[in-house]
Design a binder for this molecule. Structure first.
Ligand SMILES: N[C@@H](CCC(=O)N[C@@H](CS)C(=O)NCC(=O)O)C(=O)O
Length: 213
């Protein structure tokens, strides 16, 4: 059985939960409370030297980094596919996903938010403006890519969910949480709603997790 070190609000873990659900795999979770600093405990640092969630355990395989985990799941369990078949489309999906995984999300994680307030002493409104700014830039890029993409369907690429949709969901969810205006991003909003109507996405939602507060 897959084991996932998790925190309900973690967007990176949300991505992995969605993929596990789409692949129809059972999993169990162990929780680390990021706001209480449990990721920094020595026992967890021994498991994940980056002191982040998720950590993914599949028998002897231990993995970190959500996108690497998604690719591992795709290779080990090819059905249903989460990447298109042809190379340019696969690269498009990966590039779209990286807007969230590599460019937006790293700027809003707890360690960055804590540094902003505790070291740089920015105010709460300034911190919120920071989060909204970086999420908004990512959404702008996603919306433009979708409009220019000849293969947008019900989902980002075609009519079934891919890794692009997983990463769109983990861009839009925090944007709603941090009160970003979604009106300028109608395609992102529509696809997010389509995704969240699927049980695999809905049951992975942060507020549906047993450790949700
Ligand atoms: N690039 C990593 C990011 C992992 C990450 O930043 N996880 C956050 C939660 S979403 C975390 O554990 N943060 C701990 C901290 O910021 O102290 C991935 O995609 O897995």
């Amino acid at each position: 059985m897959i084991k996932l070190y998790s925190y309900f609000r973690s967007q990176a873990t949300f991505r992995v939960r969605i993929a596990i659900n789409l692949k129809g795999l059972p999993h169990e979770s162990e929780y680390r409370h990021l706001e209480k600093g449990e990721q920094y405990a020595a026992d967890y640092k021994a498991i994940n030297p980056q002191m982040m969630v998720p950590t993914f355990i599949d028998g002897p395989v231990k993995l970190t980094q959500s996108l690497a985990i998604l690719e591992y799941l795709e290779e080990k369990h090819p059905e249903p596919p989460l990447l298109p078949k042809n190379p340019p489309a696969r690269a498009w999906v990966r590039a779209f996903a990286l807007i969230n995984v590599a460019d937006s999300h790293p700027l809003i994680v707890p360690r960055i938010r804590n540094y902003l307030t505790e070291v740089l002493e920015v105010s709460e409104p300034q911190k919120l403006a920071w989060i909204q700014h970086w999420l908004g830039l990512g959404l702008q890029a996603m919306e433009s890519l979708l409009i220019a993409h000849g293969s947008m369907g019900r989902f980002c690429h075609g009519d079934s969910p891919t890794i692009a949709d997983i990463c769109l969901a983990t861009q839009v969810f925090p944007a709603t949480n941090f009160k970003c205006d979604l009106a300028p991003y109608p395609n992102c909003k529509r696809i997010y709603d389509t995704c969240m109507a699927l049980p695999a996405f809905a049951s992975a939602h942060p507020m549906k997790q047993p450790d949700a507060e």
